[in-house]
Design a protein around this ligand. Structure first.
Ligand SMILES: NC(=O)c1ccc[n+]([C@@H]2O[C@H](COP(=O)([O-])OP(=O)(O)OC[C@H]3O[C@@H](n4cnc5c(N)ncnc54)[C@H](OP(=O)(O)O)[C@@H]3O)[C@@H](O)[C@H]2O)c1
Length: 290
């Protein structure tokens, strides 16, 4: 069984390494070939196009930025769909719009009716991706999920089957909706304390001792105090996911004023901070309002 992995970024890079660590024969493709250096050293075969990778692999995993990147990989020159023959399993682990995921499922079935498709977005960032402790949310063909479970278990600590597409996308977006609002709350609290002149270390200590202390406050609060904005979960991806949450709230008529407000704050600092970590929303507040 040969796995093909496309997208060796912050998340895909270490996830693919975990498959290699477990002895899985791996084909890889990434737009920027240099990012595959460690994978090649550890035995992966780099294929020059997604089409070639699709031909040479039984299961194809995609971990890309967004739907634009997926369109490029699937339908661009020498794209994955061109190389798709019978009985492949395609697993998209990127976070994308639920509608796009449904459209992707239909396109794959049209091109290759005997192939299966799963959407399997992940919860957890750079460190869980390295440690193989992601939470994987999956929807789509159940038999394909059961077949792929052993590979999910190499990349994650938990894999959950949720039924039809796009249920996994919905849950992933709601998770990030809550995370984005929480991130915004921490950034605003720290920004106000700074303006007042409170000692940020005392604020951090107290906030993390109270009833709503949580691991995200601990990690992101520490990074903000230490002025560390290296991307674990990039700002641009958080804004993308908040946009999805705003759209879903509209579609399902769920009043979500906080989601819109935090999304607008992310949009304000987008051009300046898009490639930094999502906690740069703190700098965005300072930058825009001082
Ligand atoms: N980082 C996290 O903490 C985290 C956590 C959970 C879920 N996610 C989700 O996982 C996905 C990947 O995130 P990431 O943090 O790994 O992103 P990333 O580091 O920005 O990597 C993105 C990947 O997509 C490729 N790509 C981007 N645009 C492309 C295009 N137009 N054509 C072909 N390839 C393209 C990149 O190729 P190059 O290397 O050539 O740029 C890279 O392989 C996103 O959907 C994100 O929302 C991320």
């Amino acid at each position: 069984m040969k796995i093909g992995f496309i997208g060796l970024g912050i998340m895909g890079g270490p996830m693919a390494l975990n498959l290699l660590k477990n002895g899985v024969p791996l084909n890889v493709y990434n737009r920027t070939k240099e990012k595959a250096g460690e994978h090649i050293k550890k035995g992966a075969i780099f294929l020059d196009t997604p089409k070639e990778l699709a031909k040479e692999s039984n299961i194809i995993i995609l971990m890309l930025s967004n739907s634009n990147a997926l369109s490029n990989i699937l339908e661009g020159n020498f794209g994955l769909l061109e190389g798709l023959k019978s009985e492949k399993i395609i697993i998209n682990m990127s976070t994308i719009e639920p509608d796009f995921s449904v459209a992707l499922y239909k396109k794959i079935k049209l091109k290759s009716p005997s192939s299966s498709f799963l959407e399997a977005p992940v919860i957890g960032s750079k460190i869980p991706a390295k440690e193989g402790s992601l939470i994987i949310l999956a929807s789509g063909d159940k038999t394909a999920f059961e077949f792929s479970l052993r590979y999910f278990n190499m990349m994650g600590k938990r894999a959950l089957y949720l039924g039809d597409i796009p249920k996994a996308s919905y849950l992933k977006i709601i998770n990030n909706q809550i995370m984005g609002i929480t991130m915004g709350a921490l950034a605003e609290g720290l920004n106000l304390s700074k303006k007042i002149g409170l000692d940020e270390n005392v604020v951090y200590d107290i906030v993390n001792s109270g009833a709503f202390a949580n691991p995200m406050f601990q990690l992101k609060g520490k990074n903000i105090i230490e002025n560390n904005y290296e991307a674990n979960f990039p700002y641009k991806h958080m804004q993308k996911d908040l946009d999805f949450a705003v759209k879903l709230s509209g579609e399902f008529k769920a009043f979500s004023p906080l989601t819109s407000a935090i999304n607008n704050s992310y949009i304000l600092g987008y051009d300046k901070f898009k490639d930094e970590d999502m906690c740069a929303i703190y700098k965005s507040l300072t930058f825009n309002l001082s």
